[in-house]
Design a protein around this ligand. Structure first.
Ligand code: MRU
Length: 342
């Protein structure tokens, strides 16, 4: 069953978003009526998670078209404001480009542009369900699964990617247990994933990120399942900072490591992960967790929002087209060419 909340919804000419910064303490909705408001919501992480950003941006392009009232220059400028709101998740650029292409091809027809944005939204939900059915094959009854950040319904247009697979295993009665990394510094694991897991009634335990190594070494994790913000042509994966570290530990102890993402997260044009732009965020996210100063004032901070896991550390990439196993470059090329994976 799908969840009883909607992170993104377009209704009555406006985009309605759950303000994810307020969770889990408050379930507050915020409206975006203009393209700039959509860009700001993405930048400030009212809406976050690669597919959710893509879905919100798609509707943002429609709002830009309405606002521009036939002024092409303004339309382009508004779209590029949305497109550059965050740099790492490729779903953002993919969605903006796709809706802009429809705009150009239809002579900037509002109805056609809205339909394309809506199609991106609906496709994401159905791809996530497909991903779950495919991904559940890597889970065995009684497994203990570790996840990082939030790749659930909040991070997508609905249902979720990595968390969708986990929810599907639970729905099938596999008797799984989930360990959720709290995910410093913005605590997407503690605030969002733990909230979704509790709502879904999935037995789960929240851990500080730094406890994962001990759990893995002690044989208490059967597999690691998490999302992706950008996957390059050779299978390198950008995801929330801390993912790379987990992948090294998983490799050391022989624990399967899966990334789950729709193919809209694959950047076929980028050869490998070293070219992925990694977003650097405000030092105060680290200095002042929850707004409270927890470090000496003015201390220098390194706060990358993402890191890149090399494909050598990845067991498989679960997509709606099937599970991509090594050799990743050849198999990703097959997806690009529309060929079957196996
Ligand atoms: O900074 P965020 O919260 O947008 O980062 C989100 C992640 O890293 C997710 O794991 C990723 O986008 C996959 S979401 C299905």
């Amino acid at each position: 069953m799908d969840e009883d909340f909607k992170a993104i919804e377009f209704k009555d000419g406006k985009l309605i978003l759950i303000d994810q910064r307020m969770l889990p303490n408050k379930l507050v909705y915020t409206d975006c009526r203009t393209a700039e408001e959509v860009a700001t919501a993405i930048k400030t992480m009212i809406v976050r998670g690669a597919p959710a950003i893509g879905g919100a941006a798609a509707y943002g392009v429609y709002l830009a078209l309405v606002e521009a009232e036939g002024n092409q220059k303004l339309f382009q400028a508004l779209c590029s404001t949305i497109r550059s709101a965050r740099p790492t998740a490729v779903n953002l650029m993919w969605a903006v480009d796709r809706v802009m292409k429809t705009a150009e091809e239809t002579g900037f027809n509002r109805e056609a542009v809205f339909e394309e944005a809506d199609r991106i939204f609906k496709e994401d939900i159905s791809m996530n369900h497909r991903l779950s059915e495919i991904g559940v094959q890597v889970i065995r009854k009684g497994d203990t699964i570790l996840t990082h950040c939030n790749a659930g319904a909040l991070a997508t247009c609905g249902w979720g990617t990595a968390l969708g697979v986990i929810k599907e295993a639970h729905r099938r009665g596999y008797g799984i247990h989930v360990y959720a990394d709290e995910t410093r510094p913005l605590l997407q694991g503690a605030r969002l994933t733990a909230w979704e897991l509790k709502k879904a009634g999935i037995p789960s335990t929240l851990i500080p990120d730094s406890a994962a190594a001990t759990l893995i070494r002690d044989g208490r994790i059967d597999c690691i399942i998490l999302g992706a913000d950008r996957i390059t042509a050779n299978g390198d994966v950008a995801n929330k900072v801390g993912t790379f570290m987990l992948s090294i530990i998983a490799k050391e102890y022989g624990v399967p490591f899966y990334s789950v993402a729709p193919t809209s997260t694959i950047d076929f044009t980028m050869k490998d992960g070293k070219d992925i732009p990694i977003e650097m965020r405000d030092p105060d996210e680290v200095r002042r967790p929850g707004g409270v100063l927890m470090a000496p004032k003015g201390i220098d901070v390194y706060n990358p929002s993402f890191d890149v896991t090399p494909h050598q550390n990845i067991t498989g990439i679960i997509t709606e087209k099937g599970i991509i196993y090594p050799p990743f470059d050849k198999n990703i090329e097959r997806i690009r060419n529309g060929e079957p994976l196996h």
